[in-house]
Design a protein around this ligand. Structure first.
Ligand code: ADP
Ligand code: MG
Length: 651
């Protein structure tokens, strides 16, 4: 069954090589109970590890059940460890996070069999007399009990060979003999048992005692009267190639990842903080961006379509204002002249704005006042839903009538109907004739915190202005915007006698410019938030990588144990990747909640326009998964590459 010929193993510590095994040849038949004895450092464990496929010899041949071990790759060795060998170690190597029964079942997730192994595991626990402690944690048990659990674990895959390295080394005499009784019983049932010990009374249980010294076998003695029972001939066995991804295995890995993530909540939370902040800012950024875009569109719509805005001012060269000749300001006559440019122009409205204090009895509010012309209602969708618009007569004769925005209404009147009431605007009495339709926010400016009054009244009675601040022009169609701009430019130059080679001392803007201006501010904001998000995601990813590296180091012995019971490189890698993705994803999910919360707070308390979208949530989750994969890859690879023996020896 087992045949090694002339195997050697040399360790190099610093400069000096240690020959742990020196030309060992050995044959062990199926059904034997072999004890390997010898002084400490004589190479017993080294031999055992090689026989148990945890280590490979530097030279010599090893043939296990007719297979040349030297020709097998890592995954095939892992599969053999899972199917053929069961290990019992001096230090038990139980995983403290899991219950007893989960420890016993652990090798099953690395097998190609699927299903529920609970019943099986319970049977093995019963066999070692611990069926009643299935739910306990290893640290709630005595050493003897822990070693019995380890034996149950070694048996779960029904291996043909049990390898036990000083199984009683950490136990008292009574427990030692209990363990030996169990091993003897297993031998009686047909298992091949290979055990390392340095105690004679323990070796006495075996039918064959091999003694080692300085890496060589110095004695090989079979006991009289201890027959071994050959079992079924296992030679020529097949090594099944199991797929890495199977549902029950993935589920098992996920459960374990969940356990390991939740077993250290504070640490997990701290390490996913970066991801959390990153994801939250992605969500908030996209919500703000979408909200700003929506409010911009709404604002553009409320401004009317095909709108031009003409502003006067002085021409500037190199930042210095020029002489008075280059100063252009507009009057009602200019507006009237522009209105004559039919059919390019449909409507024209002169406009002035200013700040105003409005008072109604004991209530007052500081708002803005806007003087408007008759056609403003049509151009800017401002026809009141409650009350009425100004008449042409009212505008011509500078009447003191006002149409108030909804914010002013709620500031001054609460739930009362304002129409017909008289308020003071900058200490002048105005009669309210209507309520303007709500327009919402434009950036930070509340467009409903305004009172509209006739432009004449505003200029001559309230604000004391002789010129328009602005002339709004509605062009008859989108196609006419450019021709209209040119015609208006020519008209103004003519009327104000601006020389052709003079710079414009006024400007005509259409909404595309306005749109560009608005979107460039939102873009700046998005980029700012976007870079915060990107930086936190990278920093968060590095945090995850760091904690995963720590975790790999902390759990080196666990990884060694997992490899000993049959985990392949891919399994270990997958387990750690699932863990890091689990961490980043949970950080991401909390981040989504925080991001949505922050967006909602910005909208309720700061009055910003926000709009969270499903897309941003999916994007953020996708990103956190990718970061988990990317930054988990290296630690996972590091874990997967560990050599089983070295990992098990790790202190
Ligand atoms: P035993 O189990 O009989 O006490 P081992 O097989 O563990 O002995 O070790 C045999 C020799 O090999 C010892 O001298 C030990 O110091 C050395 N040795 C074992 N493992 C290593 C290792 N990983 N690195 C260096 N030397 C080692
Ligand atoms: Mg040893």
């Amino acid at each position: 069954m087992i045949e090694v010929v002339d195997i050697s193993r040399t360790y190099t510590i610093g400069e000096s090589p240690v020959r742990a095994l020196d030309g060992v040849s050995l044959r062990i038949e199926q059904g034997e109970f072999v004890a390997i004895m010898g002084a400490s450092g004589s190479g017993k464990s080294t031999l055992m590890h090689i026989l148990g496929l945890l280590d490979v010899p530097d030279s010599g041949a090893y043939c296990l059940m007719g297979k040349e071990v030297g020709k097998l790759n890592d995954d095939e060795l892992a599969t053999l460890r899972n199917n053929v060998a069961g290990f019992v170690f001096q230090q038990f190597h139980l995983l403290g996070r899991m219950s007893t029964i989960d420890n016993v079942m652990l090798p099953c997730i690395y097998s190609d069999e699927q299903g529920d192994f609970r019943a099986d595991a319970l049977k093995r626990l019963d066999m070692v007399g611990l069926g009643h402690r299935a739910g306990h944690r290893p640290n709630q048990m005595s050493g003897g009990e822990q070693q019995r659990v380890a034996i149950a674990r070694a048996l779960i895959r029904d291996p043909m060979i049990i390898f036990a390295d000083e199984p009683t080394g950490n136990l008292d005499t009574k427990n030692s003999h209990e363990i030996m009784r169990i091993l003897t019983e297993l031998h009686r049932q047909g298992k091949t048992i290979i055990m390392v010990t340095h105690e004679h009374d323990i070796a006495d249980y075996a039918g064959r005692v091999i003694t080692m010294k300085d890496g060589k076998i110095i004695e090989d003695r079979k006991k009289e009267g201890m027959e071994f029972r050959p079992g079924a001939k296992p030679d020529g066995m097949q090594i099944a190639h199991q797929p890495l991804f199977n549902p029950s295995r993935m589920l098992g890995f996920m459960k374990q990842a969940f356990r390991s993530i939740t077993s250290n909540k504070i640490r997990t939370l701290l390490s996913v903080l970066g991801i959390l902040v990153g994801v939250a800012s992605v969500i908030a950024m996209m919500a703000l961006g979408a909200g700003a875009k929506a409010s911009m569109e709404a604002r553009l719509k409320s401004m009317g379509s095909n709108l031009l805005s003409i502003r006067g001012g002085s021409a500037r060269i190199g930042g210095a204002a020029q002489g008075s000749g280059t100063f252009t300001r507009f009057t009602a006559q200019d507006a009237a002249a522009i209105a004559e440019l039919k059919p390019l122009v449909s409507y024209v409205s002169g406009d002035v704005t200013g700040a105003a204090q409005m008072v109604w009895f004991d209530k007052n509010t500081n708002s803005s006042v806007e003087g408007v012309d008759y056609d403003y209602a049509r151009m800017r969708d401002a026809t009141p839903a409650i009350g009425r618009w100004f008449t042409r007569e009212e505008i011509q004769s500078r009447r003191k009538v006002a149409i108030v925005g909804t914010t002013v209404v709620s500031e001054l009147f609460g739930n009362e109907d304002p129409v017909g009431k008289t308020i003071k605007i900058n200490r002048i009495n105005f009669t309210i004739i209507g309520v303007a339709p709500p327009k919402g926010f434009a950036g930070h400016r509340d467009q409903d915190d305004v009172a509209l009054i006739p432009v004449t009244t505003a200029m001559y009675r309230v604000l004391g202005k002789e010129y328009y601040d602005n002339i709004f022009v509605e062009v008859s169609s989108a196609a006419n915007i450019e021709p209209a701009k040119q015609a208006i430019d020519a008209l103004i130059r003519k009327r104000h006698k601006i020389q052709p080679d003079d710079d414009d001392s006024f400007n005509i803007r259409d909404m595309t410019e306005f749109q560009q201006m608005l979107s460039s501010t939102t873009q700046t904001m998005s980029m700012l938030l976007g870079s915060i998000a990107a930086i936190s995601l990278v920093v968060g990813g590095i945090g995850i990588m760091n904690i995963m590296l720590v975790s790999v180091t902390e759990r080196t012995r666990e990884i060694g144990l997992r490899k000993a019971i049959g985990a392949r490189k891919g399994d270990i890698m997958l387990q750690f990747l699932i863990e890091s993705v689990g961490m980043t994803l949970s950080g991401g999910l909390i981040g989504i909640v925080v991001g949505v919360g922050v967006s909602m707070m910005l909208s309720t308390f700061a009055g910003w326009a926000v709009k969270t979208s499903m897309f941003s949530v999916l994007l953020a989750s996708g990103f956190s998964v990718l970061i988990g994969l990317f930054f988990g890859l290296w630690p996972a690879r590091k874990a997967a590459m560990l050599k089983p023996v070295e990992a098990l020896r790790f202190e």
